[in-house]
Structures are given as structure tokens and as C-alpha cells.
Design a binder for this molecule. Sequence first.
Ligand code: ZN
Length: 426
Amino acid sequence: MAKAVFAILLVASVAVYAQQPQPAPSLSIRNVTVIDGNGGPPQSAFNVLLKDGRVASVGRDAVDADVTIDGRGLFVMPGLTDAHVHLSGMPWAERAEQLKRVLRGGVTMVYDVASDLRNTSDLSRAALTGEIESPAIYYAALFAGPAFFTDPRVVSTSRGYRPGDAPWNREIAPDTDLVRAVAEARGAGATSIKLYAALDAATVRRIGDEAKRQNVRLIAHATVFPARPSDLVAAGVKMLAHTAYLVWEGTPPSPDFPKRARGDFAGVPADSAVITRLLQSMKDNDVTLNPTLWIFSEGTPKDDMSPARIAWMNAVTKRAQDMGVVIAAGVDSLMTPGDPLPMIHKELEVMVTGAGLTPLQAITAGTRGAAHAIGVDADRGTLAPGKVADLLIVDADPSADIRNTRRIRYVIKDGRIVSTRAAGAR
Ligand SMILES: [Zn+2]
């Protein structure tokens, strides 16, 4: 009897297994120029072999596979990562459709740094199962002080909970049970926690200690008011978002959170000792900088401080790069009306034309650097044997002109070709 039951279970499980998607055929890209995401010069006439969703080999040895792409005249690089997105604020189906366009536009991974995580985790699940065509999705829960929880964005992404009680949008007060708050953020599927606003240095430190204990990555706005950038570095944060907010290292942070973009850019010069010390401590503690240059220079309406702010954030981003701080590309605006391609291409362009990074440095920020910020660079973000086979193939050299990241010929996700030419590619 037991044997019969076992046999039935076995048949049932084989039937379920048979419904799983077929493994990707092996794929070779021959005679292609490789930009591997580590920052080195392009290597021409390479052969790349992809198997079982991973990169099997990269080199000059001959390769044979089920499917072959003739790579002559083409450039292959890791798929782009946008390390600063928000996936709330749009109906699920519309967002899924947008993610498809984002993937076809060359982005193979995104990092949602605060949203309604019920929505984000379901999009992430659908991406993993193949229900939707999407970049890989990683995400962070948000922690902030009580003063932040009247913000309409946090209210709308916490529906069903009193604002501050949702496990992914958590109010941290002096009496908050941090062990539970961090555990519940993990329970919401977050691999990281983002410190957002209205937290002091002592609270930031307590959160940092508990996040470390529970092995959750901590990231933050570059200032969370009143905690300063250096308080965040000391608490163990691994990514600081928005270069412009680093200015608050040099002045008492504004108690008025909405004024966060109005720092004293003239009084705390980009090359001041206080900023140099901060950037050095970021490098020493492996804190990645997510500059969000485009949204501060072109993505928002101009105000009276724009010229000073833009010049300052460009200069500090360049200094960070030169001092060895890891830069992670992330836009804070996945797509913008009127542009068929994801905004990451604009961000990489502004890194070059605004901040003065080289195209290769910008490419590294959009690949390895962004994967490093998310904490997944052991697996993703570079083109090397063993890494996930998420690739972008373009038909002109992006290390010569960064705008060539838009000249998309193929996007490869988990070793499969997902698109032969994005609708908006040019
Ligand atoms: Zn953001």
C-alpha cells in the first residue's frame, strides 16, 4: 500500500516537473568584442559560451553551441543594472508591461529601494517564474523616523496598515522592537533595509547593529536628517543614494526634511577637507555611491539652486570615482514619458558628460558597481565564467561613445535571447 502511494506521488511530481520551462539551449557569441564590466579595455575577437543560464567560457578558444551569434562588429557587455528604482505607483499589469520594455532596453536587473513590497515581491516572483518578461528584481524595506509617516508616498504604499506599521515601511521610534522590525522586513522578502529620513545617529547605529546581526544589508539616503553621511558610514551602510545630499556632512543637517536638496553647496566645496574625509571613509568601508545625476540635473524642474547643486554633485561624483569609491548607476525614475528606452542610458551619459567619468567607468557603474551595491556581484554584474548570463549586445563601441549602450542588437537574460531589437533602440 505504502509503495503504491509512493508511486502515485512520484508520478504526480514528475508531471509537475514536466511543466517547468525547458532549459535554455547553449549559445555562443563568436568573434565579438568583450567589455566585461570590470573596467578594463575592450577585448576583441573573443568567443563567449553560455550554458544553463550561466557564462561557461570567455576567451579565444573555439566554442560550439546549439545557437550561434556572429559577433563580428558587435560589442557584448553585462546587462545593465538600475540600482535605484521604485515599482509602486502603477497598476501591476502596466508595471509588468513597462518592465518588459526595460528589459528589452538593456536592463537585466533592478533594485527597488522602497515601495509597496507586496507589489514588488509579486513582480519579482512573476519574473522568476517567467510569468512576465522582466529584469531580475531585488528590493529593500524602508525604515524612517515618526516624522516621515505623513508623507503621501509612504501612506499610499502602506494601505491596509497604519502608516509606520507595514513591515516594509517601518516607523522607528525610540521604543521600537528592532529585532522584530528587522525580522519582519526580511519576512517581506527584502534583502536590505533602506534608511530614509528622520533618524538620529544613535538610532541609525542601533539599526545597523541589528541589521548586521540578522545579516540584512543596510543602505540609505546619503543623509537621513539628523544623522549625517558619516554616521551612516559608521553604522555599516553599504550604499548611499543621491550625491547631492553628501553636502550635509559639512553643515548641521536641516530638521526640515523637504529642504534636503537645498544644502550649502557654496559653503562646503566639493574639494573641502570634510568631503575628502567622507569619501575616504566610504572607500575604506566599502560604501557604494549611487549618484542619481540625471534626476537632479534634468529629471526635476529647475530651481534657484540648480546650477550650484548640479556642479557640486558632478564634482563630488568625479572625486569619489577618482578616490576609488565604487559608483553604482541608478536613476530613481525607471522610464520617462517620451523616451522609449529606460533612463539608465541617460544616467550613464550624464556620468560622462556631466561628472566627467570615462565611458568605461560609467559602464562599470552600470554593471559591476550596481551589482556590488545590491550585494550580488559574486553572481552578477560582470561577464566572466560562472556568472549569470545576463548580457547586452550593441552594434557600436560604448567605450568610445557612451550613447552606444542604446544601440541594442540583443538582450540575453539567463542565457536566452529575449529580444533582437528593442523598439526604441537607435
Ligand atoms: Zn528613490
